[in-house]
Design a protein around this ligand. Structure first.
Ligand code: FE
Ligand code: FE
Length: 179
């Protein structure tokens, strides 16, 4: 990458960073859907996968308009968030506890994206990139909606996780009596 000298260059860099983040998510969202026990949560991840593909396509379109390639950058922050999410998937946990952890990981991702899109949308506004502003706003709204849906899903799932697995507890506390 050549020297970054103005807001346009910063804009392109940030678009590439987001593109890397979105393409990493396209790979991991099917795994999160598979790991979820709650059918609603799994469906939510699947739906967001479709949206995420659209988010990547919008970034491709914006970059094309700027005569830039969206590829070539790795979003290390998203890589880290996904690594944490992957740890969650591997964790030995009750179904409700695992779902709660998947939501925790997913909301971190959404908030990261919301921050990123808010920033690039502002750059696009300043640079007079009106079409891009609209595309970025669409994506931003979808990220916000996804975050809200996750908050909603967490209400029942966290309550379930709070109850815990009583059956297993009984198994370990009531020792078999010898005759
Ligand atoms: Fe996205
Ligand atoms: Fe997202």
């Amino acid at each position: 990458m050549s020297k970054i000298t103005n807001l346009h260059d910063v804009y392109v860099e940030q678009l590439k960073d987001l593109y890397s983040a979105e393409t990493q998510l396209i790979k991991v969202l099917p795994k999160m859907a598979k790991a979820a026990t709650s059918p609603e949560l799994a469906k939510g991840f699947e739906e967001h996968l479709e949206q995420t593909k659209e988010h990547a396509a919008r970034l491709e379109e914006i970059c094309k308009g700027l005569d830039e390639k969206p590829t070539g950058k790795t979003c290390k922050a998203m890589k880290g968030l996904i690594e944490e999410g992957a740890e969650t998937i591997e964790e030995d946990a009750s179904p409700a506890a695992k779902d709660a952890m998947l939501i925790a990981a997913a909301q971190r991702v959404e908030h990261y994206e919301i921050a990123g899109y808010g920033t690039v949308k502002n750059y696009a506004e300043l640079l007079g990139e009106d079409e891009a502003v609209e595309l970025l706003e669409q994506t931003l709204q979808e990220e916000v909606e996804t975050d809200e849906k996750l908050t909603e899903a967490a209400e029942s799932i966290n309550a379930e996780a709070q109850e815990g697995e009583e059956e297993e507890e009984e198994k370990t506390t009531s020792k078999p009596t010898r005759r």
